[in-house]
Ligand binder design. Structure first.
Ligand code: HEM
Length: 212
């Protein structure tokens, strides 16, 4: 990524700040942001209320089916439940067909379904780069996915209105930082993702920072 940045924006004293127009020339940088949002979407789940009876992907959704984020006792166990239904690959999951009380939309699950992604547990920039001749399985697949397969900003009328700005901001910030510093993990410090309304690292992320 730093080689790409140096090539496009210049290195050392000759470097310049990135502009929005540079983003088309920085595919690896964009791939890093896209793949991070696939594996660790800031909003791994959200919910909706059904205003009228519906059937989605064979699941009955009665009117009034409610959301209840506050009743979220254990996000992990609910994720485990959802993962038992890999065939429910579209956009809405019911927590329990019989009780049918919650409608969850779960990018955090969707983004890791083996039926949709090759080796979904592996962080791979190649998913987001054009597939070269003879590339490994999964290369370029992110470029071909539909908006109901990859939705870190959600979709529909209440999808994120700041998505373009947020993506540009993430790419620009990352570019400026990586132009100046290199990062390495702190040995022995295990960091996992945790759910606190949004998904975040736990314990907090610590990195070794080296000026370039
Ligand atoms: C990486 C950064 C961001 C991520 C991952 C993100 C993600 C999301 C998601 C998933 C939703 C839908 C939530 C739901 O419906 O349950 C949402 C809604 C929203 N986002 Fe973002 N967002 C980001 C940054 C921003 C920024 C920078 C802005 C403003 C400039 C913004 C403004 C909004 C607004 C206003 C809504 C509510 C839209 C509505 O309900 O009609 N977001 N965002």
């Amino acid at each position: 990524m730093q080689a790409e940045l140096d090539g496009v924006l210049g290195a050392g004293t000759k470097r310049r700040l990135p502009s929005p127009d540079d983003m088309g020339s920085l595919p690896v940088l964009r791939a890093c942001v896209d793949e991070t949002l696939r594996m660790f979407p800031a909003a791994p789940l959200t919910n909706r209320v059904a205003l009228q009876d519906d059937v989605i992907d064979g699941y009955n959704i009665p009117a009034g089916t409610v959301r209840s984020l506050l009743s979220l006792r254990d996000g992990v166990s609910r994720f485990a439940f959802l993962e038992r239904f890999p065939s429910c690959s579209l956009r809405v999951f019911t927590e329990c067909a019989a009780a049918a009380q919650d409608i969850f939309i779960c990018p955090g699950v969707l983004h890791r379904l083996p039926s949709l992604w090759t080796n979904p547990g592996v962080f791979s920039l190649d998913r987001w780069l054009p597939k070269p001749e003879g590339a490994a399985a999964g290369a370029g697949e992110g470029l071909a996915v539909g908006s109901f397969t990859y939705m870190p900003f959600l979709v529909g009328p209440h999808g994120c209105i700041g998505r373009r700005f947020a993506h540009l901001e993430a790419c620009t910030t990352l570019a400026v930082i990586l132009q100046r510093f290199s990062f390495a993990p702190v040995a022995g410090r295990e960091v996992r993702a945790t759910l606190r309304v949004t998904q975040r690292p736990n314990p907090s992320l610590q990195l070794m920072v080296t000026p370039r």
